[in-house]
Design a protein around this ligand. Structure first.
Ligand code: COA
Length: 190
């Protein structure tokens, strides 16, 4: 793989720019109801490809994005872990959100946490970002666990109703987590 494709590596993961041949396994993952349980719904192939186009556009616009995650042991594409600039209106905007979505068969091995920790380090130490946020539906406790394990803190004052989800829907209420570069640096030195 060309060095320029790689953004960061961890013990078990390569985080990199997207390749054309990632689209097909990503479409399978986005069509899996287990993966999309706490998201608005599964994606069609066309919706999947539009999402990857958005991810690529973020790279060009911001110099960062949701990185393709690949297992080092067998070079398998397993989803994304990365950062992006969400576009909807909310009190905490503008912001950079850290997020993750992995194929269900690799869950529960600490991969989101491992990649998330590296994306945090890269975002603060290499990209020089000031703060990361993360948010998810209240019912998505797995994702919140990852937020906690990478050092983020729940900001209850920032919890919000997602404007793209109908009021009263179980996925409408979202929790907001934050991590500033200053807090990340401080905690690393403890
Ligand atoms: C969220 C996701 C990325 C986590 O990936 P992962 O590699 O399994 O995460 P990790 O193994 O690093 O950590 C998961 C943690 O959640 C915990 N967990 C698992 N199921 C849980 C549940 N139902 N409730 C609460 N915690 C749960 C695990 O025990 C683990 O915590 P621990 O290490 O303290 O035991 C993965 O489940 C996923 O892709 N989900 C679908 C997409 C998604 O929801 N993305 C977030 C949208 S905001």
């Amino acid at each position: 793989m060309a060095e320029s494709m790689i953004v960061a590596t961890t013990e078990r993961l390569i985080l990199r720019r997207w390749r054309l041949d990632d689209r097909e396994p990503f479409a399978r993952l986005n069509a899996d109801p287990r993966v999309m349980e706490f998201l608005p719904g599964t994606l069609s192939r066309a919706e999947n490809d539009r999402f990857v186009d958005y991810i690529e556009a973020q790279f060009l616009q911001c110099g960062f994005s949701l990185y393709a995650a690949e297992l080092r042991q067998d070079q398998r594409f397993i989803g994304f872990i990365g950062v992006h600039v969400p576009k909807f209106l909310a009190a905490f905007m503008p912001c950079v959100e850290i997020g993750w979505r992995l194929a269900a068969d690799v869950w529960g091995q600490g991969l989101a946490t491992e990649g998330g920790l590296e994306v945090v380090r890269h975002s603060f130490a290499v990209l020089g970002l000031e703060e990361l946020v993360s948010f998810t539906a209240i019912v998505n406790t797995k994702s919140q666990r990852v937020m906690q394990k990478i050092g983020m803190t729940h900001d209850p004052a920032g919890d919000f109703d997602h404007p793209r989800v109908p009021k009263g829907h179980p996925l409408c209420r979202h929790v907001l987590y934050r991590l500033s570069r200053a807090d990340w640096k401080r905690n690393r030195n403890i």
